[in-house]
Write a protein that binds this ligand. Structure first.
Ligand code: ZN
Length: 168
């Protein structure tokens, strides 16, 4: 029950976000609670709100169905689930597969999450030159992933199946 469903201002389902993110959106008056857990409330010094299960954005968000997600370091880490593309351990940096010094771009397909050690070890080389094969190929986020990034999600989470059907 960690995820909270986000509805557009028009009530159409957009995505899910973590509970923390949902609460922040409500506290910042960017969203209202549409459905809450029946028994639970979050209480703090200045806060007393129901634990949201579904929130609705106060402003209509145009869903960029055909638009590419803008590249960002944070986006690469989220896409790769903070896992190093070379060893699978926790990643905190972003590595350019083809190094920038060799013409590599800041793009989704040329960047992967990397642990600091591997990033340092690979240095100014391609994976082939460094003998460090990629565990998985980088990919372009889908438009829905882009929306999740916009909402500050920490990972790409698909809509629950029953909602995806309704939203299609
Ligand atoms: Zn690594």
């Amino acid at each position: 029950m960690r995820d909270t469903l986000v509805l557009n201002a028009s009530f159409e389902p957009l995505s899910t976000v973590t509970l923390n993110r949902a609460v922040v959106l409500v506290l910042q008056d960017k969203a209202v609670v549409e459905q809450a857990h029946p028994e639970l409330r979050m209480r703090g010094a200045e806060v007393d709100i129901p634990v949201p299960r579904v929130i609705r954005l106060c402003r209509y968000v145009k869903v960029p169905f055909r638009r590419q997600a803008p590249w960002s370091r944070r986006g690469v880490l989220v896409r790769d689930r903070h896992r190093c593309a070379y060893c699978g351990r926790r990643a905190t940096t972003v590595d350019h597969v083809v190094p920038k010094s060799r013409g590599g771009q800041d793009s989704w397909l040329n960047t992967v999450a990397s642990c600091a050690e591997d990033n340092h070890r690979k240095a100014d080389r391609t994976p082939e030159q460094a003998g460090m094969p990629l565990l998985r190929q980088p990919f372009e986020p889908t438009p829905q992933d882009a929306m999740l990034l916009t909402l500050g999600a920490e990972e790409f989470t698909a809509l629950p199946a029953w909602l995806a059907r309704g939203a299609a």
